[in-house]
Design a protein around this ligand. Sequence first.
Ligand code: ATP
Length: 235
Amino acid sequence: MLETRNVSVLYGRHRALENVSASVAKGEIVVMLGANGAGKSTFLRAIAGQTRKMDGATVLMDGTDITHRPPHEIVETGIALVPEDRGIFADLTVRENLILGAHPARARAFEADNLERVLTLFPKLAERPKQIVRTMSGGERQMVAIGRAMMSAPAILLLDEPSLGLAPMLCTELFRALARIKDAGVGIFLVEQNAKQSLAIADRGYLLDNGHIVGAGNAAALTKDEKVKAAYLGE
Ligand code: ATP
């Protein structure tokens, strides 16, 4: 279980996050919905150790305090972040990108098993191990990015707007893949603007507005919530 308590982030004088407390358990999908600039990416970066958190913040992984650990140590605790720019190497092949994901010590010994699991999850990647990632479509690249993160054998996967820029059919394929990752026991925390499809696969959700959590609940209840309908579902 990954848990944050009172995470605040300051950029200069701009408070991008204010006392954000949230959690995700293994085998659970949790979505954080928020408009552009709400602070979603900042929250994921703060968990991954890539942004300085203000005093008073706590991040716990399976009960261990990882608040002040550097990013490479946080990866070793079983947390993998797929950033909004996907963080893949466009000039390398699919296979090379995946193998790079097995770098953390926790995954090195299981590289072959993890690779097989990732290729089962994304059959398209299995068909094209030698394709240069630059020549792939947006949806395929997103699968490489998620596959690469899965190569570190994460317990918790953090995804920054994975559906961004994908055609509707590819979105559907992507969200199906996320549901399969959850079924394998991984916890997924995703931040999204695509409320409809993400709530459809999520167990729970949080609403982030201007750095504050303004709502939370199970996904079915959020889908029916008038505020969510108006702000995120375009109704
Ligand atoms: P989007 O959906 O557009 O990616 P977001 O919800 O992920 O938005 P963040 O990227 O976390 O939002 O940004 C939150 C706020 O913090 C924004 O106002 C943004 O301009 C600001 N911000 C983000 N990163 C920095 C930075 N490195 N320095 C200064 N301000 C920043």
